[in-house]
Design a protein around this ligand. Structure first.
Ligand code: ADP
Ligand code: MG
Length: 678
């Protein structure tokens, strides 16, 4: 029987009003009710008094030592006092506004009370009286609202279970339940709602979590499958020999990880299905060259390729590097940004439209209406997290379903990769080019800033180049500029006679930015004082010192990005954080940053500290909500569920076999609902 089709009105006491209250909790049918799981349990094991912590909820058992007394106060308020003798200590127990409980206490009898312990006063604020002989030692707590009580809900769940227990059909296929020792759905429902022991509750919850994650992942997989079936992409028949030659001609050898992801990407591009791939790799892992190879492949297959970067500085840098690599191969590259004149713009877009230009590098200027491509085969979105969903979408709509390669240096925690980005294929560069040294990171307080000056001076004498970054203090760019200028003046005063000092900020005209960046690249500038415009992507391998002012104002990921500007060459690199944090969390961030260089670890920490929503900029695009599973704490279960769902959907024989019948029926019907995840 499909319990999703059974109305709640078959249960005793459920009329139109109750139906409405249940609906307000998202419970629309008997299935929903049975799978409306408690969000926590109260442990009703009796505790000894010296184990109880202040404000902890505990179960006290004792002998009633005084007649219960009810006092009235205020308007309709009551207080019930009764003394319990517990381990030879007389404890005052108080209940508010439950005068009827008086009858439960009789002097000399045993009693058990669940409530909140007050260590100072050695008293208990009672919440419930428990039957002393009951063996229900665990109580389920449900999330309810004003229109329905815990107790009512529990009774309804019990009634539904009594009536329909035999009809609960197990959805997770047997081969998985055997492999992971999972309970069937009936055992899950009874074990999660009415556990008789902690072991039973743990086992049921573990199975329930897997079930929930697995169904979610199957939903994502079936969307992907459908996408593949009707969403035919471009088959790019690229020239492998040409690519091999290009790779052999590079000044370095690709790392194993780079080679692997290149192959993953090229396979996707050559196949009919539409590529929607996320390339993750820590800062400095060499994503740019991977994307250049992909773009080259697209061009050899007769298509255009485009790469979009979030800042003009980065777009310019990409353009310089890419055109240097591709021009000798007789490929034409163009740069398109917002600050070009109308004449330049028209000229460049003209050549994009008529197909003369093969590879287009740009900022979000690429998504303007005035830009038309002749035949766009591949879009690369660099630093994808810096673009809004709409900008990414607009870019995709520029061609006839072009392949998409999104890149990010901000590592996406596993949790998000599996849930929010679950419909994308993920390639990961999990290795840095050989010879890179760990960036040594120090944190100093601003009163010790002299130490930093000495350190910088010492490094300059060894030929090092230095970034000095000043933070975004206010929303006003003018203010930031002022701050950067002050610091620039200070460095000029200290080092100006021996070294070249440059200033870079967002409000400078484009050609000026370009010339400052070029001077820094060419080592004509030794110290570059900059606002956060250099945060992402900038690549000057000789720079080896990064000084960050007011580092407490940045988030972990952002600091890691900034630090990633150094440590790109052979020289030992350093990062100095100047910060006077005024709260625990900021202190914690400084400590984490000085202790690890691993972007993935940092991203996980960031997620824990800030919550998924913040990490992505807004709550809606954060983690989907789960009922039993917590995607951060239960990441291991989530990962296994994802693996198994992926495996099932690639094994068409298994997918079409009767073994997965219940699952398919279930997902088929839930499909619309799952489709709404974005
Ligand atoms: P990110 O992944 O942060 O975008 P980049 O693509 O900017 O990193 O690469 C960082 C630096 O490493 C660049 O100077 C690039 O030329 C260099 N690089 C990339 N791949 C390799 C490699 N396999 N061996 C040595 N250097 C490499
Ligand atoms: Mg990059």
């Amino acid at each position: 029987m499909d319990l999703r089709k059974v109305s709640l009105s078959v249960l005793p006491g459920v009329g139109p009003k109750r139906l409405e209250s249940l609906q307000s909790l998202g419970i629309n049918n008997v299935y929903d009710l049975l799978f409306y799981f408690p969000f926590r349990y109260e442990d009703m094991e009796a505790k000894s008094l010296d184990q109880a912590a202040d404000q902890e909820k505990i179960l006290l058992k004792g002998v009633v030592a005084s007649d219960p007394a009810v006092f009235r106060f205020g308007y309709k308020k009551t207080r019930l006092n009764v003394r319990l003798l517990v381990e030879n200590e007389s404890i005052m127990v108080t209940f508010f506004n439950q005068p009827w409980l008086k009858d439960k206490f009789e002097t000399g009898n045993e009693a058990a009370v669940y409530g909140k312990w007050n260590e100072n006063r050695r008293s208990l604020t009672g919440m419930k009286v428990i039957d002393v002989n009951s063996d229900d030692s665990i109580d389920s707590v449900y999330s309810v609202n004003k229109s329905i009580h815990q107790k009512t809900l529990v009774n309804l769940i019990k009634a539904a279970y009594e009536k329909y227990a035999d009809e609960i059909e197990t959805i997770i296929p047997d081969y998985l339940r055997e492999k992971y020792k999972l309970l069937d759905d009936r055992q899950i429902v009874s074990g999660v709602h009415f556990p008789k022991s902690e072991e039973q509750s743990d086992a049921a919850r573990r199975s329930a979590k897997f079930r929930e994650f697995f169904l979610f992942q199957c939903g994502l997989q079936s969307i992907k499958l459908e996408d593949e079936q009707k969403n035919i992409g471009i088959e790019e028949k690229y020239d492998q020999t040409f690519i091999d030659k290009f790779v052999q001609g590079l000044p370095f050898e690709l790392t194993e990880a780079q080679n692997r992801v290149v192959q993953e990407i090229l396979n996707d591009m050559a196949s009919k299905h539409h590529m929607n791939r996320l390339l993750q790799g820590d800062v400095g892992s060499g994503k740019t060259i991977v994307s250049v190879i992909a773009m080259l492949a697209s061009v050899t297959a007769g298509y255009q390729a485009a790469i979009m970067a979030p800042t003009e500085i980065l777009a310019q840098q990409h353009f310089d590097k890419i055109s240097k690599l591709l021009t000798p191969l007789k490929m034409r590259t163009a740069l398109l940004t917002g600050s070009q004149t109308k004449k330049e713009h028209d000229f460049i877009t003209g050549d994009i439209k008529n197909g003369k230009t093969n590879v287009i590098v740009g900022t979000h200027a690429l998504i303007q209406d005035s830009v038309d491509f002749k035949n766009l085969g591949l879009i690369v979105i660099d630093e994808q997290h810096r673009f809004g969903v709409n900008q990414r979408k607009a870019m995709r709509e520029k061609g006839d379903n072009p392949d998409v390669l999104a890149m990010t240096a901000t590592p996406i925690p596993r949790t998000l990769a599996i849930t929010t980005y679950g419909d994308m294929d993920v390639s990961r560069i999990d290795q840095l080019p050989a010879g890179r040294k760990k960036v040594e990171t120090y944190w100093i307080r601003s009163q010790k800033v002299e130490q930093m000056y000495h350190f910088v001076e010492k490094e300059l004498t060894t030929g090092a180049q230095v970034y000095v970054v000043t933070p975004l203090i206010s929303e006003s760019e003018k203010m930031d500029l002022k701050n950067a200028e002050l610091i620039y003046d200070k460095f000029t005063e200290l080092f100006g006679d021996k070294y070249q000092i440059g200033l870079l900020h967002g409000q400078m005209p484009n050609d000026q930015k370009e010339s400052v960046m070029n001077d820094f690249s060419d080592k004509k500038i030794d110290i570059l004082v900059s606002t956060t415009v250099i945060e992402v992507g900038v690549d000057v391998p000789n720079a080896s010192v990064m000084v960050i002012y007011d580092a407490n104002r940045f988030g972990l990921s952002q600091l890691h990005q900034l630090r990633g500007r150094v440590g790109r060459g052979k020289k030992q690199s350093y990062c100095i954080l100047i910060a006077d944090p005024n709260n625990e969390a900021a202190v914690e961030r400084m400590k984490i940053l000085t202790s690890t260089n691993d972007g993935f670890v940092l991203a996980e920490e960031d997620l824990k500290m800030r919550g998924a929503g913040d990490l992505l900029g807004n709550r809606q695009s954060g983690l989907p909500e789960f009922k039993v599973g917590n995607p951060i704490n239960d990441i291991n279960i989530l990962e296994v569920a994802q693996e198994e769902a992926t495996r099932l959907f690639t094994d068409k024989k298994l997918l079409n076999s009767p073994k997965t019948k219940a699952l398919k029926t279930f997902i088929g019907q839930e499909f619309d609902q799952l489709n709404n995840f974005d």
